[in-house]
Design a protein around this ligand. Structure first.
Ligand code: ADP
Ligand code: MG
Ligand code: MG
Length: 885
């Protein structure tokens, strides 16, 4: 099939391949599209991405067919423009531009003014009547071509230009006259001859094919490969090459060039937004050689700037441009990012594409475009990237404020926070209770630090990756976190720390930016998120299209409140272990786990019961009317053990058991592989009194809150780490017995469900049988991923990145569900569970419940709900709507 397609200049764009980004690349497709709707596009042609792939596969050989097609396409440009390529009297000049399916930094830079040589430059000077313009264009061409195609260092040319300017006492390029440029061209040619060992190519066809080759080759450049890897772009797409007749923005004061957006990409405001330069060529605007000027009079006046806007300086061309903006928006039904050039008063369009925008702007534009009748609500919902909402949900640093950056770590959990440095969890809790904002700084965190992380405004660790304990827990809590900041060293003895070269002490105020990983000295002002306005409008549209419910993983009344604010429709996972770590309770917990017998355990549990009841009561109060899934105790008991002699002595004092006995018991609890050890429902089987106490606390609290509030309280009791039906049978009976007892004591009754997490492969396989005992399944995909992949999440940081880099896993399987593998277990368990119990409630409560790709999978499995951390609830609502659309 054809590999070269012409556009503009009356070319025929009927073949759908001419507008297919996968074939002609994004730039090529949009140039053809613009020409097709009658906009002024300089004529040109595009060589397909398929040809690039074939060229690279063939070992860098151009086929005879390609040479033929290019020659024919070139005659199309020549005819349209009325000039011939290489004609010394009146030469056609072209640009050579790369263009992959998606815009890709790392690809070859554009070469402008190709077709100039010692002969054609004279012709250009004559036909344009402008010597200066011709020689300036030639020197630009030599410089660009040498840099981009011939690989000669850019600075050699810059240095030569500087020397000429210095010799003449010039400050700017504008002062250079025709003869200066002519002399510089001679110097440039000398530089090329010296660096290359042969003269600058004078044959225009050699120039053209050299540039085409450079574009193709740049697909496999290191820069491009790195960019592809970071952005999940397949290596076999290839890039297209666009060859296009030059138009000149540097032909004097009636010529100009600029870039523009059809709406403000930062705020979303419906106002043309852009920059332009008189008498300049394309790259000048971005290169910063001269300061670009405002496009509109409004923008200029707002900024109080002097130089005339394009609207004022070139009213006719500007009017034409504004008309094009409106046409483009009508056609693409989206905000466009545009490049244009004005040659002697005539406007030419050189590029258009959907413009990048901030999350805030994306919302405003989507909502306003619905209002304008440009798009419908479903399109608006589909258009917002759910993950981009994250930018809007956390307080963010005021971009205007100065920053004194001390160091950098990984952007582990977004948001910004300032506070006094504290070096341990207890101090964090203590100082926070006194009303101080604190940042918990640790080498790394463990489950014992959770109360401190809760108390802190932000968390900073020296070790650990994006899936470290600190990162996962902080994301769950909505605390900003910077992890793995290896330039930090902490000295606990003197309670000081160093970040890079700077010394700090506990109590010093720092600021974290969880979105960039920056650690800053002092307090940087923040701005609060806004959940109303466009955000509220768009979320309401999303909710209309959503089928799955969205719940939150929340375990404190505060988290629950936050979750409701964000629109959660229940709690999908309330972990109970953190409640055991609270400062006032840990000794009762330790007493319980170190007790020698049931009586000892019951004595300790009696102390915990009222505390747990209060916990649940507070949560039920906030969540009244909505279901709350409470997971009974899950982690291995040894996580609660005392550390160090001091803690043992203190505990011995409190509970009256000798230190030696305590240490022996603690030793007995040691496990080699706690993740697969004495945890989850295994605790309930061996120490039923623990689960019994928790169940009693749940039902007593539920009855109390129901009586007081008059609203339905819907507890869903969830048994973790079940592998067999028998486990659940035993524990469900225990929960039912306890419920019956409480209801009898209270003289009240309420609806509740008992169900299980599906987090072991065996449970997924045996789901049909387990469903006989379970009213609901909640897929615990964190553990299900660990147990299916045989990968410990906490140890995975070291090898997961290389695994992802080498494509062994397409993405971090703890961030985005391994749909191929783990996904099979989910769909199989859903199917088998439903076969036994058609109305079984199915949900997911792993980290994946907040990941859009995983949410799409959950929709395909027709789960009833997803559950995500409170800050991810809006993301999940939007992603669930998109999945259902
Ligand atoms: P990028 O993808 O880096 O923006 P482009 O190919 O779009 O690269 O071009 C770089 C600059 O050169 C842009 O300002 C563009 O408008 C300008 N340009 C490209 N082709 C032409 C042309 N045929 N005539 C005039 N200017 C051009
Ligand atoms: Mg461009
Ligand atoms: Mg689990």
């Amino acid at each position: 099939s054809k590999q070269v397609y012409t556009f503009g200049g009356g070319a025929n764009h009927d073949d759908p391949r001419t507008r297919d980004k996968t074939i002609v690349g994004g730039k090529g497709a949009n140039l053809a599209e613009m020409a097709g709707i009658g906009l002024p596009v300089p004529p040109g042609f595009t060589i397909t991405t398929e040809e690039c792939v074939a060229y690279l596969a063939s070992g860098a050989d151009f086929s005879a067919e390609l040479r033929g097609e290019v020659a024919t396409a070139l005659t199309h440009i020549e005819a349209a423009v009325g000039k011939r390529f290489g004609n010394a009297a009146d030469p056609l000049l072209v640009s050579v531009r790369s263009g992959a399916r998606v815009s890709m930094p790392g690809m070859m830079d554009t070469v402008l003014n190709l077709g100039l040589n010692d002969a054609t430059v004279e012709g250009l000077a004559k036909t344009s009547g402008d010597d200066r313009f011709a020689w300036d264009s030639y020197r630009r061409f030599i410089q660009m071509y040498s840099d981009v195609v011939l690989g000669i260092a850019h600075h050699l040319f810059e240095d030569a230009l500087e020397t000429v300017k210095e010799d003449n006492g010039f400050y700017t390029d504008v002062e250079m006259e025709a003869d200066h440029w002519r002399a510089l061209v001679a110097e440039y040619k000398d530089i090329v001859a010296k660096e290359l060992g042969r003269p600058f190519p004078q044959d225009v066809n050699e120039q053209l094919w050299g540039a085409i080759q450079a574009v193709f080759d740049s697909w496999d450049s290191d820069r491009a490969k790195v960019y592809r890897r970071l952005n999940d772009i397949p290596g076999d797409w290839g890039t297209a090459v666009n060859v296009q007749a030059m138009v000149f923005g540097n032909m004097g004061d009636t010529s100009a060039t600029g870039v523009a957006f059809t709406r403000d990409p930062a705020t979303g405001e419906r106002a043309y937004y852009g920059e332009w330069l008189v008498n300049a060529q394309g790259e000048d605007v971005v290169a910063g050689i001269r300061t670009p000027q405002y496009l509109t009079r409004d923008a200029r006046e707002k900024a109080n700037a002097k130089p005339l806007s394009m609207e004022e300086a070139m009213p006719e061309a500007y009017g034409e441009l504004a008309r094009v903006f409106d046409l483009l928006e009508l056609h693409y039904k989206d905000m466009q990012d545009i490049e244009f050039t004005v040659e002697r008063g005539k406007l030419w369009m050189l590029q258009t594409r959907s413009g990048k925008r901030t999350a805030k702007a994306a919302l405003r534009m989507a909502v306003e475009m619905v209002g304008e009748g440009l798009i419908d609500e479903a399109t608006a919902v589909r258009r917002i990237d759910p993950m981009a909402l994250d930018q809007l949900l956390h307080p963010t640093l005021d971009p205007q404020a100065p920053r004194d950056v001390l160091g950098k770590g990984l952007p582990a959990s977004p948001g910004a926070a300032s506070g006094a440095i504290v070096l341990d969890a207890d101090t964090a809790e203590h100082r926070a209770e006194l009303g101080e904002a604190v940042i918990l700084v640790r080498v790394e965190t463990s489950p014992e630090d959770i109360h401190g992380m809760h108390a802190a405004k932000g968390v900073l660790t020296a070790r650990g990756g994006m899936t470290s304990h600190a990162a996962v827990v902080a994301r769950g809590m909505g605390r900003p976190c910077v992890s793995g900041a290896s330039s930090i060293s902490i000295d606990m003895a003197s309670r000081t720390l160093k970040i890079g070269q700077r010394s700090l002490k506990e109590g010093d105020v720092i600021t974290l930016d969880g979105a960039t990983g920056d650690i800053m000295a002092g307090q940087v002002p923040t701005i609060e998120p806004e959940l109303v306005g466009d955000f509220g409008t768009l979320m309401a549209w999303a909710d209309q299209h959503r089928r799955m419910k969205v719940r939150a993983n929340a375990e404190t009344p505060n988290d629950c409140r936050m979750a409701r604010q964000f629109g959660a429709e229940g709690v999908g996972l309330c972990r109970t272990e953190h409640m055991f770590f609270d400062a006032g309770r840990i000794s009762a917990v330790r007493q319980m786990i170190l007790a020698e017998d049931e009586a000892g355990r019951r004595a300790a549990l009696d102390k915990l019961l009222p505390e747990q009841r209060a916990d649940f009561r507070a949560i039920f109060e906030v969540m009244a009317g909505l279901p709350v899934t409470i997971r009974l105790l899950d982690p291995p008991l040894h996580e609660f053990l005392p550390h160090g002699d001091a803690e043992f002595a203190e505990l011995s004092e409190t509970i009256g058991i000798g230190v030696e006995t305590l240490k022996r018991r603690a030793g007995e609890l040691h496990e080699f592989n706690p993740m697969l050890g004495h945890r989850g429902c295994r605790l309930g089987i061996t120490f039923p009194e623990i689960y019994e106490m928790q169940a009693r606390a749940i039902f007593e609290a539920a009855c109390d809150v129901a009586a007081a509030s008059g609203e339905a309280v819907v507890p869903e009791v969830m048994i973790p780490l079940v592998a067999t039906k028998r486990e659940l049978e035993i524990l469900r009976a225990l929960v039912d017995r306890t419920a019956a007892k409480v209801f009898e004591e209270k003289g009240a009754t309420l609806e509740y469900l008992v169900g299980t997490m599906i987090e072991l492969p065996r449970a997924a396989l045996m789901a049909g049988e387990i469903a006989e005992e379970a009213r609901f399944f909640s897929f615990g995909t964190n553990d299900l991923t660990q147990t299916t992949l045989g990968v410990s999440r906490d140890d995975a940081a070291r090898f997961l990145s290389p695994y992802v880099e080498q494509g062994i896993y397409p993405r971090d399987p703890f961030v985005s569900l391994d749909i191929e593998g783990v996904g099979q277990l989910v769909s199989l368990a859903a199917e088998r569970g439903r076969a036994t119990r058609p109305d079984i409630k199915l949900g997911i409560c792993g980290e994946h419940g907040g990941d859009p790709a995983s949410i799409a999978f959950c929709e395909a499995q027709k789960l009833d709900y997803v559950s995500a951390s409170p800050y991810r609830v809006p993301i999940a609502r939007l992603a669930a709507a998109q999945a259902a659309l």
